[in-house]
Design a protein around this ligand. Structure first.
Ligand SMILES: NC(=O)c1ccc[n+]([C@@H]2O[C@H](COP(=O)([O-])OP(=O)(O)OC[C@H]3O[C@@H](n4cnc5c(N)ncnc54)[C@H](O)[C@@H]3O)[C@@H](O)[C@H]2O)c1
Length: 287
């Protein structure tokens, strides 16, 4: 029971990686507030928690993370219902604006940033007020994305907003460290959730598995495991970190071995050394 007697709020807790984390945190002994825009998937998640025997430790509050009054109500709900706040997982998200840069409206930009970046800022702001007043620290986890780390891993506005989440997490971590409030970001790769694709889930998982070094597709449970680590005391010295959870997708980088087979360093039929422009011949062994 790594979260026994802890109180957690999880935004976007009604679906995908948020729902997986709700169930994981409950199984580890926490009381969990599910804060989500979608009432029907929120009720489904409550039913799943009840079926697992955790109904007395979970509740749902309809929340739009882009609205400050909703975030204040969400944090107040956790304190009123369970007496305190130890863990805040700012995870709610949407794909947001898509399409060419020149066709992106300011309204589309604002909606995307309001949910993805402002929502995280508001969560940190109001979660921190309670954690500071309690005086014994806390853990704030923000869902960013590998889209926030490079130029072609997601739609343009989404990627910019996720980069903002990473930066916000680092700055908040520095400001809040004296209060022992840890702030970290998780950067998921391709995770098979309703957000990532609504078609045949098996095809989605197969496509994701093909796109990355790890043979199985990412799932909500993979993110829940990392969120559990960050929420727990095992991570007591981890703050300001952006942890990539992507089955080696970004580690693969330019994937030269796929694009330029003649420079492949992973040709399984040969081993040895090459000597570049030295004029010396390579010393190769056929395997
Ligand atoms: N699935 C992926 O491949 C992937 C990759 C990187 C990052 N992410 C991020 O992970 C997070 C979780 O996404 P998921 O894949 O589990 O998606 P999901 O669609 O399954 O869950 C997202 C949840 O957020 C809720 N939500 C959306 N807007 C909201 C708002 N304004 N207020 C409150 N709740 C709101 C939705 O109702 C939904 O329940 C998101 O921040 C997403 O951007 C997802």
């Amino acid at each position: 029971m790594r979260l026994k007697d802890k109180v957690a709020v999880i935004t976007g807790g009604a679906s995908g990686m948020g729902r997986a984390t709700v169930l994981r945190f409950l199984a580890e002994g926490a009381s969990v507030v599910i804060a989500d825009y979608n009432i029907s998937t929120g009720e489904e998640t409550i039913s799943l928690a009840e079926e697992a025997g955790f109904g007395d430790r979970t509740s749902f509050i309809r929340t739009d993370v882009a609205r400050e009054a909703d975030i204040e109500a969400m944090i107040a709900h956790a304190v009123a219902r369970y007496g305190r706040l130890d863990i805040l997982f700012n995870n709610a998200g949407v794909g947001g604006a898509i399409g060419p840069l020149t066709e992106t409206t300011v309204e589309d930009w604002d909606y995307t940033f309001d949910v993805l970046a402002k929502g995280v800022f508001l969560g940190i702001k109001h979660g921190t007020r309670v954690m500071k007043a309690q005086g014994n620290g806390g853990s704030i986890i923000n869902t960013a994305s590998i889209a926030g780390l490079s130029g072609d891993a997601g739609p343009l506005v989404y990627s910019a907003a996720k980069a903002a989440v990473i930066s916000l997490s680092k700055s908040a971590a520095v400001e809040l460290a004296p209060e022992r409030i840890r702030v970290n970001a998780i950067c998921p790769g391709f995770i098979a959730t309703p957000l990532a694709g609504r078609g045949d889930p098996e095809r989605l998982r197969a496509a994701f598995a093909r796109s990355q070094p790890w043979p199985e597709a990412g799932s909500g449970d993979h993110i829940a495991g990392v969120a559990l680590f960050l929420a727990s005391d095992d991570a007591v010295f981890v703050t300001g970190e952006a942890i990539v959870v992507d089955g080696g997708l970004t580690a693969a980088g330019p994937e030269l071995s796929k694009k330029f087979s003649q420079v492949s360093a992973r040709d399984a039929s040969v081993s040895g050394i090459t000597k570049g422009s030295t004029g010396e011949p390579p010393e190769l062994r056929r395997l």
